[in-house]
Design a protein. Structure first.
Lengths: 274, 254
């Protein structure tokens, strides 16, 4: 294909086949599995199993009834950690966006939160709370809240003051202005922080489970590693990825498309489309 | 909130119009360099149902006067009052200021928070009035600049205002679209008989539209011209050109 071949040219060549929607995703998944197969061919089988073998282990884990309680334990920690991070991060972001003094006060905390490595918070939270649920929750807050705050801050700062003035000139109440003007204004940033915060929560909770838990996906991975069951460790990792993809395509993207559908195509494609 | 119901019980725009009285109005801003006075002791009286234009250069304080009249900004001193006391004021801005996440109809619905009688049919009626009957459910990003400004006008008219404030509403549009909208605005004004307080820096636009032109400069209203030309006004008629020359001479007097 020549360098100046455009996507439109490609579409013309392929006739009515839309290569930018679901077919593109299917091709992406197929390429992923082919890549996995290729890498697994290089490594010894006991270190890295092939995709089909891994999927068989996943199936057997489901059959044994282990998956649901372990996933539920991880999801519970993520839920509380993520909720607390969003609550704190949004408030910090809004305060930073509203006032220069508040921004200067909060910024050092954000910088500290952003600069410390993920695993450091995990270790610190474990040292403080041991095996309790509070360790992953605290680690999640310390990791995700600063990212959420930064994103929401930019959103609040960029609210179109002309729209607020329009609302004021028509005598619209504060409550309606918040729900109809302010929140939709920051919706793209809220989605970004939601998605980013959730992915960070997944990672930090799983890491903390490795250190300080006797349940959850992270614990199962380290346990499989301890028993030199690498195929099982891979299987748990695949289950983890499956849940993330399910949330992304089953929940976040449809809601995001619905909320942001007013935006021109360029913006929709920026957020990933449908 | 002004009534949206005619005497015969039908919904829709009424011919209610209000008077504006401005007395000794002064506005100043505190800046890093000290106090900046925008205008001082301004007096304006606008009759109900009239079309009055405030003409001035950029930065002369025209838009500030509209903001003070609308109540979104407070004066440093002076009084603004209306007849009747509880007038409804509609505001059309230089840029349409539509909520991009709302359709045309939802943008109109947004300003009807205090109007429990508002129905979607009323919103459609006002969109019809400005020629957007095919675009009820479109988002602003799907409309042209002129169509967006039409939605802004429909939104302002939909609250059935006694007074319509218009802040250079056509200055961001191409001349052909602006001319179309001026003609439509005049038609709507003659139909509904609202009081219109219009701001522009375009002398031709001021003469074409207005009953009276107030010239603002150096912090004062320094001229009050009554436009006696018959409507519809042709921009290349002798009378128009003669009046235009007089207005330009007066404009440069300051």
């Amino acid at each position: 294909m020549s360098a100046d071949t455009t996507r439109a040219d490609l579409r013309t060549r392929l006739g009515d086949v839309d290569v930018t929607g679901w077919p593109a995703r299917v091709v992406g998944v197929v390429v992923f599995f082919v890549g996995w197969f290729a890498v697994a061919s290089v490594f010894p089988n006991e270190l890295m199993p092939f995709p089909v073998e891994t999927l068989e282990v996943v199936y057997s884990l489901f059959q044994s009834g282990k998956v649901v309680p372990q996933v539920a334990a991880t999801l519970k920690r993520i839920f509380w950690g993520f909720l607390a991070s969003m609550f704190l991060g949004i408030q910090m972001g809004v305060l930073m966006g509203l006032d220069q003094y508040q921004r200067k006060f909060i910024t050092p905390h954000i910088v500290i939160g952003l600069s410390a490595p993920l695993i450091a918070w995990s270790v610190i939270a474990t040292l403080i709370f041991g095996f309790s649920i509070y360790a992953p929750i605290l680690a999640t807050i310390l990791t995700a809240a600063p990212f959420i705050a930064i994103t929401v801050w930019k959103g609040v700062e960029d609210i179109d003051t002309d729209l607020l003035e329009m609302s004021n000139s028509f005598g619209i109440s504060r409550r309606r202005t918040i729900f109809k003007v302010v929140l939709p204004s920051v919706a793209p940033e809220l989605f970004t922080s939601f998605r980013f915060g959730l992915s960070l929560s997944w990672k930090i909770v799983t890491i903390t489970e490795i250190f300080a838990s006797n349940s959850g996906i992270g614990y199962q991975i380290i346990r499989a590693y301890g028993f030199v069951r690498f195929d099982e460790a891979w299987a748990w990792a695949v289950i983890f990825m499956g849940i993330v993809l399910l949330l992304e395509y089953g929940l976040i993207k449809p809601v995001q498309w619905r909320v942001l559908r007013y935006r021109p195509d360029t913006d929709i494609s920026f957020v990933g489309g449908r | 909130m002004a009534s949206h119901t005619h005497d015969d019980g039908s919904d829709g725009p009424t011919e209610a119009a209000g008077a504006i009285h401005i007395e000794d109005l002064t506005k100043q801003f505190d800046t890093d360099e000290g106090v900046e006075r925008v205008f001082e002791n301004v007096d304006i009286d606008i009759e109900p149902g009239s079309f009055v234009t405030l003409l001035g250069r950029s930065g002369s304080g025209k838009s500030t006067i509209l903001k003070l009249v609308s109540g979104v900004m407070k004066p440093t001193s002076g009084d603004i009052w209306f007849e009747p006391d509880n007038v409804e004021i509609g505001y059309v801005f230089q840029s349409p200021r539509l909520l991009p996440w709302n359709t045309c109809l939802d943008n109109i619905e947004f300003v009807h928070e205090h109007n429990p009688g508002y129905t979607e049919e009323m919103g459609k009626e006002y969109l019809d009035l400005v020629g957007l009957s095919e675009h009820y459910h479109k988002y602003p990003s799907q409309l042209s600049g002129g169509q967006r400004q039409r939605v802004g006008i429909a939104r302002a008219l939909s609250i059935d205002p006694d007074i319509l404030l218009m802040d250079e509403p056509f200055s961001n549009l191409d001349e052909i679209t602006a001319e179309e909208l001026r003609a439509e605005l005049l038609s709507i004004w003659q139909q509904l008989n609202k009081t219109i307080f219009f701001v522009t820096h375009d002398i031709d636009e001021a003469i074409e539209l207005s009953d009276r032109i107030l010239m603002l400069g150096e912090g004062q209203i320094y001229a009050d011209l009554e436009v006696t030309l018959e409507r519809p006004r042709s921009l290349d008629s002798e009378e128009f050109l003669a009046f235009r020359q007089r207005a330009i001479d007066t404009f440069h007097d300051v």
